[in-house]
Design a protein around this ligand. Sequence first.
Ligand code: GLN
Ligand code: ZN
Length: 714
Amino acid sequence: MQSHAYGFPRLGSNREFKKSIESFWKNESNSDQLWKSLDTLQNENIERYTSNVDTFPNGELTLYDPMLDVAILCGLYSPSNLDEYYDLCRGKNALEMTKWFNTNYHYLVPEFFDKKDISFKSNIDHFALRYKQASFPSVIGPFTFLKLSKGLSFEKLSSLFLQLVPIYKELISKVDQIQIEEPAFVMDLSEEEISLIEKGYKLLESSSKKITLVTYYDNVDWIERLLKLPVSAIGLDFVRGKDQFDYICKNGFPEDKKLIAGLVDARNVWKTNIFSCLEKLKALDSSVKNLALSNAAPLFHLPVSLKVENNLDANLKANLSFAEEKLEEINHISKCFSGAISPEKSTNKPLGVNLYVQERVRSLKDSDFVKDVSLEERKSIQADILGLPSFPTTTIGSYPQTCEVRKKRSEFKKGQLSKENYDLYVKEEIAKLVDFQEEVGLDVFVHGEFERTDMVEFFAQNLDGVATTESGWIISYGTRAYRPPIIYGDISRPKTMTIDEVVHAQSLTKKPVKGMLTGSVTIIAWSFCREDIPLSEVSYQISLSLQDEIKDYEKSNIQIVQVDEAAFREKAPIKKKDWPSYFEWAVKSFNLLTNTKAETQIHTHMCYSEFGEIINYINEMDFDVISIEASRSRGDIIEAFEKIDFKRQIGLGVWDIHSPSVPSKEEIKDIITRSLRRIPSENFWINPDCGLKTRDWEETKLALKALVDVAKSL
Ligand code: GLN
Ligand code: ZN
């Protein structure tokens, strides 16, 4: 049996990808130096592959994002130098960014709205496509590219698809082999779309011997037809696509093709269970002639290497496998399968067991998920306590994290600054922020989140049952990387996590200060999560810990608590049929977390606008106020809320904090006036789109003053 691998992280062991590109941006290096470091990264990955697997694409690297590569390949964009190229990624002319399937990667979204008469032209020799000119490059497929673009009707998509395929054909003619990645094949597709794919791929028939087609993240529901496409190898995800595994065991696989069996999970950090993997290979082997073991999805969802982690608990580390280790597993398991070596039994001890927490989740009753005071009653109780004006103003939580804030935090981490002095520093920043909010004239204050690096990592560090890594970076978009925590055991809260800072802020003002928590679904979505118990159980464990935190806020007279659920939408499964079961536990987790006193006003925050499809689920979350994105979404969002007769209060994001410009009063007023036609004014809050962490103080002040002025004038 053979082995295949792909998608190894481009980030590099020391985040060289990030560092070399960012140093180019800062003019600290030139384009030759940038190319040189990228070539080195590509070569290092090739070496890793070479020592572990038989086949792999050797041209995978990109200058920023593989979707942009295809947009350049077909001439949609044609930057004439690196500066122009990066202008498409960041800065004024940047493409919009969005979630890549249900992962934590974000891609640049090609956009066709204003391009009525567009036609594609081959741009294969473009300098940005250097790695597509390798002997075995890997490219996002033509269907996935168009399906994930914006502003295409089906008619337009079809005609562009049939123009795009010949460009791939030309590319294929220049290389020995190609890997075409079509993850969009696992989406819910219409019959028309499937037929279109068949028609397009038919055009590649004469090059079929060179093509390895891979799909991942879920089942391809039309597997029978997929297997007939004219390609020489097909990669399937058997970790998240169990139906297609059963299908092939039962019905076999075409003899003229190679099956690239994705059995090694590439979306989670746990070691592969060798014995069960060997079982599956055996089952496949009896019905597949030409079989290769592979990763189930691209490896870039994992950190590069476990070897550099020195502070992880040894028992935990023994259970983990990052990208490098997954490659070694593929190597090892295929050798075991051919009998060259024999597998060893591993002794997996359960990690982080907490019987009290388990019992607490087991004894949850239906009533624990339902508030006993209705929304209407809560509204009047809270109005009496809070006495807010109409059109109350607030912010989403974080305020500019200046170099100084980050410097102090890193000094504290390195032990150069004592805990006392660090806490003192944070408290001074909070005091300054309280004054700032008084001066600007906001109605509901926040403490500013100066003590937090990241809205998930902060809680991960404070909860038991969750580990954080030193160098477990993965790319979130472009050159931006983050370190997902690892949820390995039962979750509990050894002590309060956020109370001191918020109570300190409250002690300095008469205005209400919001407590600030990250919700369970978002904590899970941005972490690697244990798989030995259902996600719902992990989620309820987190909810109970955070519910305890809210009760501690209540004891300290904090009247408003915001629970951020930034990842509520993105964690949703790819296929609609899997939505009800996901949203059931997701909604229940929120309702359990926030099931506290009726007097406490519960806010939630979600920073995106595609609510149409999930609006009913959101309305099942029993919060009092939601703050959402609205400035970029042309008011669509309001319609979504109107359709369901939404009774809760809404804070509209009238300042798009992702853009560097300060909104004018007219712009703010415009969004509000449009929205007021649909939302009753008594339910209306005014706030920015999201946290202000990445903004600077100057623009923050100007924008918030404008926002408060508009609210007052209303
Ligand atoms: N409270 C967080 C902040 O203000 C929310 C961030 C987010 O939604 N991404 O930074
Ligand atoms: Zn947000």
